[in-house]
Design a protein around this ligand. Sequence first.
Ligand SMILES: Nc1ncnc2c1ncn2[C@@H]1O[C@H](COP(=O)(O)OP(=O)(O)OP(=O)(O)O)[C@@H](O)[C@H]1O
Length: 472
Amino acid sequence: MIMIPRTEKIPHHWIEEIINLVGERIVVVDREGIILYINGAYCEFLGTTVEEAIGKPAQDVIENSRMHIVAKTGQKELAAVQPINGSEMIANRYPLIIDGELVGAVGTVMFRNPEDWLLYKDKIQHLVEEVNYYKTKAEKNSKSKYYFSNLIGNSPSFSAVKKLAERVSSSQSAVLLLGESGTGKELFASAIHNNSMRADYPFVPINCASIPEHLLESELFGYDDGAFTGAKKGGKKGHFQRANRGTIFLDEIGDMPLAMQSKLLRVLQEREILPVGGQKSIAVDVRIIAATHRNLEEMVEEGTFRQDLYYRLNVIKIEIPPLRERNGDVELIAYNLLEKLERKFFRKGIKLSAKVVERLNQHKWPGNIRELENVLERSINVLDGDTIEVVHLPLYLRDDETGSIPKKSNEKESVNVAERHIESLKETLAQAEKQAILNALSISNGNKLEAARLLEVGKTKFYEKCKIYAIQ
Ligand SMILES: Nc1ncnc2c1ncn2[C@@H]1O[C@H](COP(=O)(O)OP(=O)(O)OP(=O)(O)O)[C@@H](O)[C@H]1O
């Protein structure tokens, strides 16, 4: 038996064995993100060997690795979910500080061997799915929990609208929220509800455009027992009943089919609903807040929206200004969104460079705040320091910079141009294509068919491109 004197350190060759025994997969990178050490267990899981992995950039060996980022920022990232080989792993990444100097990073991912992983998959995977389900549901519920204090913006145009909405929240009358996509109509509806006497009762948001036409009536008004084949035994309550004494938010009201518009009008007039297949009407006490990005007056003239319904909904009209007309609000909102994103990405202290603020202020924001959210999230994904610079912005927002290069070049400028990182034409085109798809999805609120229509490409081609660029 080998005896080690107590004063002696653990022999070097024991360390690897100890690491493997405690079931860790470990990787160590230098400041450039090059792998200095990786243990056998990790390599086995990755389907490589220690010899092959050492000396390579971590991103080339480990899928979705952020080790090179931690080695630069010095900010640890704990319990981050990292998809590897189609499985979600739990990764911890620590900056490696030796003698007070940041020299690299150490990363671990959980689960020791494929058997452990399979065991985990069987036992835990369904729990993960359940958690995800409840998380989405909770997010949806918390979405209804907005107050006027959550509506960020100090510009005169926005403050006036916010004040008006606050003033009318105590009224019982219907509200019509008008504004481009992503301007915050749902947030306004939620804040109005939470500031009203109905706040203790449900706020039920419905997107009229996302419910298939043949289901809209039963979704809104419910159905009675045996109303149609496949109907749930005992019938089902509709959204109006669920919203009783509270508020129903009918988003995209301009997309409601004419036949349904007549039925909705009847509910507004009679204050009662008739479930599908039902014989008896049910009284409901619901305040209606409707919203659309469409021009309802034009639709009334064209005959695609009922005039009487328009008058009923348009008792209090609130027009939310687009982001480009909200002077000074972009930076304020961007920092507010960054706080949310920092929590999501386990980051802290992210700033915007002055040039980025300038660029954001110049942009027209067709997708409004939702587009701004997407831009910031994308920037954080490629950020390896604390400050978002123009290079971190999507290509379409960087373009102006290229456009602003002085035409008359002098020596200094040509050096600057040469120093800029030039990507291949193929890569540039691919990035532009991907960004165009993301923009269209942002504007269409994630609706792929609408996005394909905006881009004037066929459905199949659109789905194909989404697959190529891994857009969900
Ligand atoms: N004033 C604001 N301050 C901070 N965040 C905001 C503000 N307005 C909107 N947002 C954020 O922007 C995103 C879009 O908001 P929302 O869904 O309310 O827009 P919408 O006008 O209802 O969009 P659509 O018409 O496409 O349904 C949300 O993530 C929301 O949290």
